[in-house]
Design a protein around this ligand. Structure first.
Ligand SMILES: O=C(O)CCC(=O)C(=O)O
Ligand SMILES: [Fe+2]
Length: 305
C-alpha cells in the first residue's frame, strides 16, 4: 500500500495513511516518514487500535532511541515493558493513577531535566465520550514571527525550568512528588534553541519556567507572560481530537503541548506512550547557586555565568 501524507493544519500536523505497523519499515518508507515528521512536526497515524505493545515499541524505534522512563513512577509503566508509559485516568493497582492529570499546562516534555525529550508516540486505547483533545504549538513559528529586535534580545537569554510548576503536581502522591523534586532540581536552558536536525531556531518557553536568568523577577514574569501568550496563539496550534487507534508522533524539539482537562475524568482515558530520548544534554543544573529568593537566584546565576 502506498504511503500518503496529508497536511492537517497550517502550523503543524499531517495525517499518514498506508503504514503497515505489523511489519518493519523498509528504508525508503522510514526516510519518507522521518522527513515528513521534521516538516510537519506532528504526524497522525490512524487505525492502530490492534497494535501490540511490542509493535508500538518497534514502530517508535524508527524515530529514535527510546527512553526507558527511569524518571517516571514505576507504577505508570506498562507491566514488563518500561518503554511504554501509561497516561490514564484509570486506577493503577487500585490507586488513583499519578498520570491521570499529566500535561495540564503548556509544556515541553522533560524541559525540567537537562535532557529534554526528542519526541513521543502516543497511542489512544480508550477515550472519554467527549473532550480531552491535545494541542501542539509550533515554536519555530512563534520565534520567526517576532521582530528582529526582539529576537536579537532573546537569542542569548536563558531560563530556569522547574518541575514543581507541573500543573496539578500537588494532587499526586506526596512520596512521588518528593522523589520527583529530588531527581529534578531546577535546570537552566537557552530560551532560543536550535533544532539539531533542521537547524531552525525555536522558542523554548512554556508554563514550567520560573524566571529568566539576569532579569528581575518582575521583568522575567512580564516577558514570560508575553512569550507564552504569543507562543500559544491560535495561529501556531494544531489541535488533535482523538479517536481510538490514533498514534500521534510529535517533535518535542520545536514545540510545546497541553492535554485539555475538558472531559469527565470518571470516564476511562487510556493512552500508551513511547518516548524518544533527547539526543543531547542541553541544560545545566541551577542548584549550584545558593539563594533565598527567586530573584536573587536569577541574579546570582547571571553573575556566576
Ligand atoms: O495525554 C495527553 O494527551 C498528552 C499528555 C502529555 O503531555 C504527554 O504525553 O507528554
Ligand atoms: Fe507532555
Amino acid at each position: 500500500m502506498m504511503i500518503s501524507i496529508t497536511p492537517l493544519g497550517y502550523a503543524a500536523g499531517a495525517e499518514v495513511t498506508g503504514v503497515d505497523f505489523t511489519q518493519p519499515l523498509d528504508n525508503s518508507t522510514r526516510d519518507t516518514l522521518y522527513s515528513a515528521w521534521l516538516k510537519h512536526i506532528v504526524l497522525v497515524f490512524k487505525g492502530a487500535e490492534q497494535l501490540t505493545p511490542e509493535q508500538h515499541i518497534a514502530f517508535s524505534r524508527n524515530f529514535g532511541k527510546l527512553d526507558g522512563h527511569e524518571s517516571q513512577v514505576p507504577e505508570t509503566l506498562y507491566p514488563g515493558l518500561p518503554e511504554i508509559l501509561l497516561i490514564t485516568t484509570k486506577p493503577i493497582q487500585g490507586k488513583p493513577s499519578s498520570s491521570r492529570n499529566a500535561g495540564r499546562n503548556w509544556h515541553t516534555d522533560l524541559s525540567y531535566s537537562t535532557r529534554p525529550a526528542k519526541g513521543a508516540l502516543l497511542l489512544c486505547k480508550e477515550k472519554p465520550e467527549v473532550g480531552s483533545d491535545t494541542l501542539f504549538a509550533n515554536h519555530y513559528l512563534s520565534y520567526e514571527t517576532l521582530s528582529p529586535t526582539m529576537r536579537a534580545f532573546l537569542d542569548p537569554l536563558e531560563c530556569v525550568h522547574d518541575a514543581t510548576l507541573i500543573k496539578g503536581i500537588e494532587k499526586r502522591d506526596p512520596a512521588h512528588v518528593a522523589e520527583m523534586k529530588r531527581r529534578n532540581p531546577p535546570v537552566i536552558h537557552p530560551l532560543v534553541r536550535v533544532h539539531p536536525e533542521t537547524g531552525r531556531k525555536s522558542l523554548l518557553v512554556n508554563e514550567r519556567i520560573s524566571g529568566i536568568v539576569g532579569l528581575t523577577d518582575e521583568e522575567g514574569t512580564m516577558l514570560l507572560r508575553f512569550l507564552n501568550q504569543h507562543a500559544t496563539a491560535q495561529e501556531f496550534i494544531y489541535r488533535h481530537r482523538w479517536s481510538v487507534g490514533d498514534i500521534v508522533l510529535w517533535d518535542n524539539r520545536c514545540t510545546s503541548h497541553i492535554a485539555l482537562a475538558d472531559f469527565d475524568t470518571n470516564q476511562a482515558r487510556l493512552m500508551l506512550r513511547c518516548s524518544l530520548e533527547g539526543e543531547v544534554v542541553s541544560g545545566r543544573l541551577a542548584e549550584r547557586v545558593e539563594a533565598e529568593s527567586k530573584e536573587s537566584l536569577l541574579q546570582a546565576i547571571a553573575a556566576a555565568a
